[in-house]
Design a protein around this ligand. Structure first.
Ligand SMILES: C[S@@+](CC[C@H](N)C(=O)[O-])C[C@H]1O[C@@H](n2cnc3c(N)ncnc32)[C@H](O)[C@@H]1O
Length: 326
């Protein structure tokens, strides 16, 4: 391995060791009856979770009865390459307060991509974990889809701008869960704050069926909703400003995804970079780029004109209202 590979690896490992707090798992899962009822009789796999410290393991142990689980399985990764083990519990007690955990050695180091861990993935009904940040988007999520697994996992808001994740959100194969996760524990026992971590799931949750109330009018307020020069859509700066009387395409902030109901809206695309290009958004003409001196987003592929000057809005999701039959 080259020196730079080693450095990258070291950085990855460092960036992966952030542990979820029990209260954040409870806030997302056990306080929502729509999630709870979907665990009935199920086998849960936590495949990035060392039972010695993982709050996911602790959560499923404590909430085993509430969720009506059949079994919980945890596996974890040994960075030094030594063999890991799996821990399983089917709810059986040995006496009043001793849980009958079955510990079985694994052949390998517990990498969720290994054959033996994939066998456990196949056995599981639902996967619940906070996967390693460094390989979650590229390796963990695709594996869940390859094996068609229901899941509740922690991920990053930035994922939605990537070409392997955005289509899954657009095509309603996964969506945002209820809460954001602001704090994680470090191996040193300190707390690290994040502003962009949140839950993703493909379980059917009530939130996706709630209708976003639309109160604003486009007609009569056209000057507030600028049209993009190079895409046939209007710009909407706040989710609460989405007008009730505009039937064309609208560019809305990413936070829209928290209130997205697929019966109310369709997602058309994401308005910048490769994803923007793939829906026909063209580059910014040279003369306009020149007017945007020093604008760090000048490389973005779409822009709008405001007060005679080009202005690139923040990342926008392009959506259209659907005819709803409520
Ligand atoms: C963000 S941490 C979260 C840990 C735990 N799930 C939690 O929420 O507290 C991700 C964990 O995945 C582990 N990990 C890294 N690469 C892995 C792999 N290939 N397979 C399984 N786990 C891995 C890391 O060592 C780290 O402990």
């Amino acid at each position: 391995m080259s020196k730079s590979d080693n450095l990258r690896k070291a950085k990855e490992v460092k960036n992966d060791e952030f542990y979820t707090r029990l209260e954040d798992i409870e806030t997302e899962i056990s306080s929502h009856p729509d999630y709870v009822r979907q665990f009935q009789g199920k086998t849960v796999l936590c495949n990035c979770d060392d039972p010695e410290w993982s709050a996911f393991y602790e959560f499923f142990r404590q909430h085993f009865k509430q969720l009506g689980l059949k079994k919980v399985i945890t596996t974890h990764f040994k960075k030094d390459g030594t063999p890991s083990y799996k821990l399983e519990w089917d709810g059986e007690m040995l006496g009043d307060d001793t849980v009958n955990m079955i510990k079985t050695p694994l052949e390998g180091n517990g990498d969720f991509r290994s054959e033996e861990c994939i066998e456990l993935l196949k056995e599981a009904d639902i996967v619940v974990t906070n996967p390693p940040f460094s390989i979650a988007r590229e390796d963990f999520v695709p594996l869940l889809f390859k094996y068609n697994k229901p899941f509740i996992i922690i991920g990053d808001l930035n994922w939605i701008t990537y070409k392997n994740i955005f289509p899954l959100l657009r095509d309603n194969q996964m969506w945002l869960g209820y809460s954001t996760v602001k704090e994680f524990k470090t191996p040193e026992g300190t707390i690290k704050k994040f502003g962009n971590k949140l839950w993703f799931t493909n379980l059917d949750i009530d939130k996706n069926h709630e209708v976003l109330p639309l109160t604003k009018n486009y007609k009569g307020n056209e000057e507030k909703y600028l049209k993009y020069n190079n895409y046939d859509a209007i710009n909407v700066d706040k989710v609460t400003d989405i007008p009730k009387d505009y039937d064309g395409i609208m560019g809305v902030p990413i936070t829209f995804l928290s209130s997205y109901n697929p019966k109310q809206f369709e997602i058309i695309g994401f308005g910048s970079g490769y994803l923007g290009q793939s829906i026909g958004i063209t580059g910014i003409p040279k003369e306009h780029k020149a007017m945007m001196k020093g604008h760090s987003a000048a490389g973005d592929l779409y822009y709008m004109m405001a007060n005679g000057k080009p202005k690139v809005p923040y990342g926008r999701i392009l959506i259209r209202k659907k005819e709803m039959s409520l």
